[in-house]
Design a protein around this ligand. Structure first.
Ligand code: APR
Length: 226
């Protein structure tokens, strides 16, 4: 099982959250990533995610995404990628077994009927929901204070895996940050691949530091070759 975070998309040009120059700079987290912020200023939040959705057109998967897709080709159902990222770079690299625990930029969520239609356009100015017609669409992104998607499925995968690999995540946001301990307590070997030691590095059996675009292909080669 591979858990990915913003760091795997950094070399594609998607900005991470907590590094220098990260996404939160100039944006108060409470303004753009909480339900309260959305209630306060829907237009600002919609504009923020519209810009992020549009920016997907200008980025491409990097060797780290491609290596994970190659790994899935070999392992099939024995590999699950759980990502905290809302971009679609895993899918564009060819991965199929991907869980977006924090949602997806390319989906909207209807506050009226609960549907989650695929969405590639702007959400301003309030287009109607394709399912119920209400003008109540929001980005399908899990904000602080909201419950991530598919936690049961992820929990089963984490506690059932024999190898848990974390790529490009600061280990500062739960529940994802707790998965390494759950995997370890279930007997899995745990490996961190990150630009620098993360906040959770001490919980891993093995830590490799460097850019994901180099570390992930190296690790996949090693796993498939060995
Ligand atoms: N290769 C590998 N790791 C990298 C690279 C790179 N090229 N560039 C940056 N990193 C590492 C950073 O050192 C950092 O530890 O990736 C990590 C990114 O951490 P965050 O920005 O905190 O992103 P993430 O862990 O995905 O954040 C988790 O927080 O705000 C919420 O919902 C949001 O999904 C997000 C969650």
């Amino acid at each position: 099982m591979v858990l990915t975070g913003a760091g795997i998309s950094a070399e594609s040009g998607v900005r991470t959250f907590r590094d220098d120059g990260g996404l939160w700079e100039g944006h108060d987290v409470n303004a753009v990533a909480t339900p309260e912020g959305f209630a306060r200023d829907r237009e600002l939040v919609q504009r923020f995610y519209d810009a992020r959705r549009r920016s997907l057109a200008h980025v491409e998967p990097n060797p780290a995404h491609l290596a994970l897709a190659r790994l899935e080709e070999e392992l099939g159902e024995d590999l699950l990628v759980v990502t905290q990222n809302v971009d679609d770079l895993h899918e564009r690299a060819g991965s199929r077994r991907v869980v977006h625990m924090h949602g997806e930029l390319l989906r909207a969520a209807c506050e009226a009927c609960g549907s989650r239609p695929r969405w590639e356009e702007d959400l301003l100015p309030s287009p109607p929901c394709p399912v119920c017609g209400a003008r109540a669409l929001r980005p399908d992104v899990v904000w602080f204070g909201e419950v991530p998607y598919e936690l049961d499925r992820i929990g089963r995968a984490v506690s059932g895996c024999d190898l848990f690999v974390s790529v490009g995540t600061s280990g500062s946001v739960y529940p994802a940050a707790g998965y390494v301990s759950l995997a370890a307590s279930s007997g899995a070997h745990t490996l961190e691949l990150n630009l620098e030691p993360s906040e959770g590095s001490r919980f891993f059996d093995e830590v490799r530091t460097g850019p994901a675009g180099r570390l992930v292909p190296e690790w996949v080669e090693e796993l498939l070759g060995g």
